[in-house]
Design a protein around this ligand. Structure first.
Ligand code: ADP
Length: 489
């Protein structure tokens, strides 16, 4: 379709060139006619003289005496050779007698037509005789003609017009039939050759010549190819963007669904976690209240159960509160220089009884002096959460190793257990809020899914980070990193 539209456009351009040549010659005819009316015997009319002077492609103008023959007619030329034309003119007119008769018929009907006839002058130059009829009444009709040198006409009249049309977009060239090299071309260097893709049309009044047109530089096929490639690239990149967008949306939706699921699990987990100590507390408190417990020893046991369960309850509530504070960015941290080793020793001292009562052994191997910039309470909360998890997820080998040290610009504390470990798959999610590993024996153990999310948020709020290294059945190491204390410069 593009090819078709393109060809029609080229046709229209070539048509306009022909139309233009026609207009120029018609304006010449008008000048000859008006010049002839003002003729003075023995003189070249002024208008015809001007016409010859300003148009070097016009070799001569002739006007025959009525009726139609050229013999004894006037031949106007700027050179003295006007007489030499007479026999050649007669020859042309007699060989084109049939065409001349038609011209006269047209003129009688009121149409001014122009007939192009071959003309060879005495010096054997191939010119063109453009014959037409002058006069108002058929009895006064004369045959007139413009003897035109086609080569000069193409150079001086058609050429400039072709330049205007061509601009940078097209190459327009004129060829003499039977010869592949152009006699005129809008191409800077002359001698354009007729290319296969060129579109051509004959010049109406100079039928020995052809004009060719083609796009400058590129052919229509290469233009179409280029456009096709651009469109294809655009389409592919659009597809790629679409695919990426779909993947992103899909991932987001999946994440949201997972979060909603985790939240629902969280509510049931928390209710469960709270209900168990509450049930124990109320049961033992009622038993004591009713005075059914006989021995003092039993009473003491019940009191300690109530205290333990109360601690557990407040532990859960504190964890939830702390989480909601840090999640809403409302936790105020006070940065100090924290000596990790001293802090860990303090925590272990407080936790010693708790750990031992659950059958846990532990070691702490400090790695030299490690002072970091941190909030000591937030630091302790994070470490305690790690120790809690280590205990919760170590059903068999109850041993915890804590180490500290310096790595790059960070001070670290690592909590290692020999518990159930975490699969690579679950490691990606354990720091997400509400996430709990849903498989394995300990999956049913109590928990809120907030602990590690809290650890991560607490550590990051202190400009640090947390890492995990774990394998199922082999235990886990959680490491907290904090920025080292700035050395004074
Ligand atoms: P919770 O312990 O309340 O379930 P956490 O956020 O503390 O929530 O932990 C998320 C999940 O990570 C836990 O459900 C557990 O499966 C896993 N996990 C955490 N710490 C350990 C550990 N030390 N060993 C094995 N699994 C762990």
């Amino acid at each position: 379709m593009i090819q078709d539209v393109y060809r029609k456009q080229l046709d229209a351009i070539l048509f306009s060139v022909n139309q233009y040549s026609d207009d120029v010659l018609n304006s010449w005819i008008a000048k000859v006619e008006s010049g002839w009316i003002e003729k003075v015997p023995g003189h070249t009319p002024k208008k015809i003289k001007n016409l010859l002077t300003f148009n070097s492609s016009l070799v001569a103008v002739f006007i025959s005496d009525p009726p139609y023959g050229a013999a004894n007619g006037a031949v106007f030329s700027l050179t003295d050779s006007s007489k030499e034309h007479i026999s050649a003119i007669n020859e042309t007119l007699s060989s084109g007698a049939e065409n001349i008769r038609q011209l006269v018929e047209y003129k009688k009907d009121g149409f001014q037509k122009l007939q192009s006839l071959p003309y060879r002058d005495s010096a054997n130059n191939d010119l063109r005789c453009l014959a037409f009829v002058v006069g108002d009444q058929p009895s006064q009709f004369s045959i007139a003609g413009l003897l035109v040198d086609p080569n000069i006409f193409i150079q001086e009249v058609v050429g400039p017009r072709l330049q205007i049309i061509a601009k940078d977009q097209f190459i327009l060239s004129v060829f003499k039939k039977g010869s592949p090299a152009s006699i005129y071309s809008t191409l800077a260097r002359n001698g354009d050759t007729l290319k296969a893709e060129a579109h051509t049309k004959d010049l109406w009044l100079l039928p020995d010549f052809t004009i060719g047109i083609r796009a400058n530089g590129t052919s229509i096929q290469s233009l179409v190819d280029k456009r096709t490639t651009t469109n294809l690239i655009l389409l592919l990149s659009l597809d790629a963007v679409l695919i990426v967008a779909v993947i992103l949306v899909f991932r987001n939706v999946k994440h949201e669904v997972q979060l909603a699921q985790n939240k629902a699990d969280f509510v049931s987990n928390v209710s469960h976690e709270i209900r168990t100590p509450l049930a124990l507390i109320s049961m033992f408190a009622e038993t004591l209240e009713m005075g059914r417990v006989g021995s003092e020893e039993k009473k003491q046991e019940y009191y300690s159960i109530i205290t333990k369960e109360t601690h557990r309850l407040s532990g859960i509530v504190n964890k939830i509160l702390s989480f909601s504070q840090i999640d809403a960015n409302k936790k105020n941290l006070v940065f100090r220089i924290v000596d990790i080793n001293a802090e860990v020793n303090g925590i272990l001292k407080t936790y010693d009884f708790h750990l031992r009562s659950k059958g846990f052994g532990y070691t702490f191997i400090p790695g030299g002096e490690v002072s970091v910039q941190a909030d000591d309470e937030a630091f302790a909360e994070a470490v305690i959460n790690l120790i809690d998890n280590a205990m919760k997820y170590s059903p068999d080998k109850k041993f915890i190793e804590i180490t500290s040290g310096i790595e790059n610009e960070y001070g670290y504390v690592a909590v290692k257990d020999h518990g159930i470990g975490i699969s690579k798959m679950d490691q990606k999610h354990i720091f997400d809020k509400f996430f709990r590993v849903s498989s394995g024996d300990l999956a049913k153990s109590l928990g809120t899914g907030l602990g590690l999310s809290l650890v991560k948020q607490l550590t990051e709020a202190q400009h640090g980070h947390v890492t995990v290294s774990s394998a199922p059945g082999k235990g886990s190491v959680f490491t907290l990193y904090f920025l080292l204390k700035k050395t004074e410069s």
